[in-house]
Design a protein around this ligand. Structure first.
Ligand SMILES: Nc1ncnc2c1ncn2[C@@H]1O[C@H](COP(=O)(O)OP(=O)(O)OP(=O)(O)O)[C@@H](O)[C@H]1O
Ligand SMILES: [Mg+2]
Length: 381
């Protein structure tokens, strides 16, 4: 496998100019960083880009403007950076807030303003939109669909939540629709135990809600909420079209980020399998935080005189050992990166693989992300 230095990044390389790019991958590998980096690079190339991000690190949140006093949840903030000026493109950033998305759906799709108010004021709605398993994933895709329909951006890059299981993200729409449909039956089949499990609502949540609103009203409120909310989601689904159709259409591509550790690579392969199975279009894998392969350490006989020239005599041998040790670690990491690329290449022979080096300190400012965007190396284009 030959690494070829190249300036384009995976988006420049995407088979056709995508309008939506999903950045997915195992936990903690750099999905949020990749999403911001790719969005910035595309904006610098003249596209009007929105990055929808989730849980950015504190510094990245600051860089994208979310921590400024006037920013409110759900705002699309202009990201101003010298690299973007004069290129004709623009970058906006939106911090995904599940509650804001659901509120928007309720206002837009409830049968009447009064019905919308009833849902928004329902204490169970307030608790569930935060606690319902898959709610954030559902909100992410709904947000994407709403924004794409508005057509204000050439490209929307979606960071995805730190989900343990690939299926959670992709199956969230179906799961939540199923969950809220036919609420009466679901409640009754709960057999008096409130059916917390059946409803997919964690017991903690049910208990917390019970204690806030008083046990007596719970069933009634829950029934009303599920009925009304199901109506909203149904109206949304029938008018806005199918999530699945948008996710599998040629406007949408997926970039999977992973690191080279065997665990993450295994996760990544599983993830890729699910994505393919669900007919999403894979545009590439980003191997992030990699160490480039190092050449062998020169022989001790060559290093000894160099060390002896700088260290007291008794320190030379220990220094030589420490050096060999540290160097072996570096080499092992470099080899692990190559092995990871090899494993992915064998399983997905037609998938482009890109490498991004590990940077110290971690890239969180706009300038650093911009630089990171120039460091993509195509391991296999
Ligand atoms: N190329 C890199 N070099 C050095 N540090 C990096 C690099 N890419 C990401 N990081 C750092 O790794 C950490 C995890 O990155 P990030 O938050 O982007 O991952 P994530 O996949 O979005 O995580 P989560 O699954 O929790 O959402 C962050 O501290 C980030 O700054
Ligand atoms: Mg993240």
């Amino acid at each position: 496998m030959h690494a070829t230095p190249s300036t384009p990044d995976p988006l420049a390389h995407a088979r056709s100019p995508r309008q939506i790019v999903l950045c997915v991958g195992p936990g903690g590998v750099g999905k949020t960083t990749t999403a911001a980096t790719l969005a910035l690079a595309a904006a610098a190339r003249g596209r009007r880009v929105l990055v929808v991000t989730i849980d950015p690190s504190r510094r990245l949140a600051q860089a994208l403007g979310f921590e400024s006093g006037s920013a409110r949840p759900g705002d699309e903030l202009v990201v101003d950076s010298p690299e973007l000026r004069g290129g004709g493109g623009s970058l906006h950033a939106l911090l995904l807030d599940g509650r804001v998305v659901f509120d928007r759906l309720v206002r837009a799709y409830a049968p009447s303003p009064a019905a919308a108010r009833a849902i928004l004021d329902n204490p169970i709605y307030q608790a569930t939109t935060e606690g319902l398993g898959g709610a954030l994933e559902y909100a992410a895709i709904a947000q994407l669909q709403l924004l794409h329909a508005e057509g204000r951006y050439d490209l929307i890059v979606l960071d995805t939540p730190p989900t343990a299981n690939a299926l959670d993200f992709l199956a969230a729409p179906e799961r939540i629709h199923e969950l809220v449909q036919n609420p009466a039956i679901r409640l009754l089949t709960g057999g008096g135990k409130l059916g917390g499990k059946l409803l997919g609502i964690g017991n903690g949540l049910v208990l917390r809600t019970l204690s806030t609103i008083g046990g007596g009203d719970f069933l009634q409120d829950l029934g009303a909420f599920l009925r009304d909310f199901a109506e909203v989601l149904e109206a949304y689904r029938s008018r806005a079209g199918d999530f699945q159709a948008l996710l599998t259409s040629p406007v949408t591509g997926v970039i999977l980020t992973t690191v080279a550790s065997p665990f993450s690579v295994r996760e990544a392969l599983r993830f890729l399998g699910v994505l393919r199975e669900r007919a999403l279009r894979l545009d590439g894998v980003v191997l992030n935080r990699i160490m480039p392969p190092s050449p062998p350490l020169p022989a001790a006989a060559l290093l000894r005189p160099a060390l002896a020239a700088q260290l007291p005599g008794e320190a030379v041998e220990p220094a030589l050992l420490a050096l060999a040790d540290a160097y072996a670690g570096l080499r092992a990491e470099g080899e692990q990166s190559l092995a990871a690329a090899q494993t992915i290449a064998e399983a997905y022979p037609d998938l482009p693989i890109w490498a991004l080096p590990r940077r110290e300190p971690p890239p969180t400012g706009l300038l650093e992300l911009h630089e990171l965007g120039r460091l993509f190396v195509a391991m296999r284009a």
